[in-house]
Design a protein around this ligand. Structure first.
Ligand SMILES: [Zn+2]
Length: 236
C-alpha cells in the first residue's frame, strides 16, 4: 500500500484473531500548525485518527503501542469483555473491516472504545485516559464540532486533574509544569478564565519551570492571553 498509511499485521492477545490495522508512516507527517494544548494540525492525513488499534473480532481496543503490550493473562475483565463482544453481532461503525480512511466519527468511536477498555484494566492509568480524551478533543476540533470538542475537553480536564493528584509518573516531556499548564489551557478554552489564571500562576511559581523552556514560553504567553480575556469579559 502506498501513501501515508501502511498495514500492520497483529494477533489479538484476547481472542487470537489475526488482523491488519492501519498505521501512519512517521515520515509522511507534516505539521502545519501547533496548538496551545499540544495538538497539531497536519497537512493531509491526521495521525490522531489512526492512534487506536481495535480487534475486529472481539473489539478490545487500545492505543497502538498499548495494544501490543497488553498481557491478556493479567486482564480478567478485558477477557470477559472480549468473550461477550464475540458473542454479539459484529459492529459496523468502527471502520471495520478496513475500507479506506477513518472518518472523525469512526476515529472518536475507536477512542471511546479504548477508553472503555482502559477502564477495565487491572491498573487503569489516569494519564493514559487523559491522553485518549485529549485525542478526542483534537479530532473534534479538526472536524469543526466545537460542542463535541468542549464535552471531550471536560473529560480530558477531569482526567488530568486525577492524573495530577494520583499520577506517580508524569510524562518526561511535560513534567509537573506541563501537566498543570495543560489543565490551565483546557480551563481557558472552556471559558473558565479565572481557574485558568490560577493554574498558570501556579506553573509560573514552580521552581523546576526553567527545566521546561517550551512550557515556560507557552505559559507566559497564555497568561497574557487569559488576562486580556478576563479584562474584556463583561463584569458580572
Ligand atoms: Zn480480539
Amino acid at each position: 500500500m502506498n501513501g501515508p498509511l501502511w498495514m500492520k499485521k497483529l494477533a489479538c492477545p484476547f481472542c487470537g484473531a489475526e488482523f491488519e490495522t492501519p498505521r501512519v508512516r512517521q515520515g509522511a507527517l507534516r505539521v502545519k500548525d501547533k496548538w496551545t494544548d499540544f495538538g497539531s494540525l497536519h497537512e493531509g492525513i491526521c495521525p490522531y485518527h489512526y492512534a487506536i488499534t481495535v480487534c475486529p473480532r472481539c473489539l478490545v481496543s487500545a492505543r497502538n503501542e498499548e495494544f501490543e503490550k497488553i498481557n491478556a493473562a493479567y486482564e480478567p475483565k478485558l477477557m470477559e469483555f472480549s468473550r461477550r463482544a464475540r458473542a454479539q453481532p459484529p459492529k459496523t461503525d468502527l471502520g471495520l473491516p478496513w475500507g479506506g480512511e477513518f472518518s472523525a466519527e469512526q476515529a472518536v468511536r475507536r477512542h471511546e472504545l479504548a477508553v472503555a477498555c482502559h477502564r477495565l484494566r487491572v491498573h487503569s492509568e489516569p494519564g493514559e485516559l487523559a491522553g485518549l480524551w485529549l485525542h478526542i478533543v483534537w479530532i473534534w476540533r479538526l472536524a469543526g464540532k466545537p460542542e463535541a470538542e468542549a464535552r471531550a475537553m471536560e473529560q480530558a480536564l477531569a482526567a488530568y486533574q486525577v492524573f495530577f493528584e494520583k499520577g506517580d509518573k508524569l510524562p518526561d516531556k511535560l513534567g509537573e509544569p506541563g501537566v498543570v499548564y495543560l489543565m490551565g489551557e483546557l480551563s481557558r478554552r472552556l471559558g473558565r478564565l479565572r481557574e485558568a489564571r490560577e493554574y498558570f500562576s501556579k506553573v509560573l511559581s514552580m521552581r523546576n519551570l526553567t527545566q521546561f523552556p517550551n512550557i515556560e514560553a507557552l505559559v507566559r504567553e497564555q497568561m497574557l492571553v487569559v488576562k486580556d480575556q478576563i479584562e474584556a469579559a463583561p463584569k458580572g
